[in-house]
Design a protein around this ligand. Structure first.
Ligand code: SAH
Length: 341
């Protein structure tokens, strides 16, 4: 038994089963044993890959602020330096990141930009901000419910003493009209699952408020449906394959689909304007993905097949082109940013 599993077992014995959000927060973020705390999960040797890790095409097309290994920001800074040296000289880079391991990776790539690290978005200094979040919202803890005859029951993570494993349970008490469940999902038939991401909604509201009051824009790229829908999207990714989310807390990446409709609603209720979401494929095409690929292939003809494969993966329907979406948030007086209708 891993140290984290033992901690979870003892906590469940004392306090009872955990909500999915409590489980996810511990499995990903426990200060000593959490998944992001203890490793760099990205790339071939890790558990999953994200768009900035596939090709610099993704980064060169975007202007943004965001963590991971710092790959996207490294690409973005290079592009900004060429296209807008004045902006490059004036910008102050802030990285919101909780993982010490990934902070070190970011420091290695972005030292030249002298970044400031923050634990929380709420700590960001005042002023207009350009914010980018690629595969950030899917890592924030979700809560889940299942529809029973008398209402929605919260899905909980309990301990199976006989098997010596974590197991799924449902809260005995039904809550007939949970405010967190999206309107479109609340009437779903018995047996359906509902999800909500309280931390995601509060991040969207915080962004919406500050963009409306202080100006700027945010770009959110992640995977999930354009409209709120019922279903269980809680998933674990280990060595680039799907895994059982309860099998190895702290050893696998845990994520859930991002509800873009709910994020946009939280941001607009806080005063911002939402643009999109648009599918990642359409977004990258609109920003000139094909022209950029042609340029790269001309510069290094030997890498043409590799570049084509990366483009297909980023923008194709069988890759990240349709499941992934881009959502922009801006101050109300700002027009639609490039890439958005
Ligand atoms: N944007 C990168 C990394 C995506 S993985 C890319 O696309 O490659 C998710 C990132 O969010 C990791 O850097 C992880 O450490 C960070 N993270 C997860 N939860 C967080 C939280 N609550 N606050 C700040 N950062 C968090």
């Amino acid at each position: 038994m891993t140290a984290l599993l033992d901690l979870l077992r003892r906590r469940i014995a004392v306090d009872g089963p955990l909500t999915v959000a409590q489980y996810m927060a511990e499995a990903l973020g426990h200060p000593r044993h959490g998944y992001y705390t203890t490793r760099d999960p990205l790339g071939a040797a890790g558990d999953f890959t994200t768009a900035p890790e596939i090709s610099q095409v993704f980064g060169v097309l975007l202007v943004e602020l965001g963590p991971g290994r710092g790959t996207l920001m490294q690409d973005a800074l290079r592009a900004i330096g060429r296209a807008a040296p004045g902006f490059r000289a004036a910008l102050r880079l802030h990285l919101v990141e909780t993982s010490p391991t990934l902070r070190a990776a970011q420091a290695a790539r972005l030292a030249a930009a002298d970044p400031v690290w923050l634990d929380r978005l709420a700590d960001l200094a005042e002023g207009p901000a350009l914010v980018v979040a690629n595969e950030f919202f899917d890592a924030l803890p979700i809560r889940q419910w299942q529809r029973g005859a008398g209402g929605w029951h919260e899905r909980l993570v309990g301990w199976d003493e006989a098997a010596g494993t974590l197991r799924w349970e449902l809260s005995a008490r039904a809550d007939p009209g949970l405010a967190l469940i999206p309107d479109a999902v609340r009437g779903a038939p018995e047996g359906s699952f509902a999800e909500a991401c309280p931390a995601g909604l509060s991040h969207a509201a915080m962004l919406g408020r500050r963009l409306a009051q202080q100006g700027g824009a945010a770009l959110v790229v992640d995977y999930g449906p354009a409209r709120s829908s019922a279903g269980d999207s809680f998933q674990a990714m280990r060595r680039h394959a799907f895994a059982d989310p309860l099998a190895a807390p702290g050893e696998a990446d845990l994520t859930a689909h991002v509800d873009f409709q709910a994020l946009a609603l939280a941001a607009t209720q806080a005063g911002a304007t939402a643009h999109g979401p648009v599918p990642q494929g359409a977004f990258l095409e609109a920003l000139g993905l094909r022209a950029r690929a042609a340029q790269l292939k001309q510069a290094s003809p030997a890498r043409a097949a590799e570049i084509d494969a990366a483009i297909e993966r980023l923008a194709g329907p069988d890759g990240m082109g349709t499941l992934f979406k881009a959502l922009a948030l801006t101050a109300p007086q700002t027009g639609a940013p490039a890439g958005f209708p």
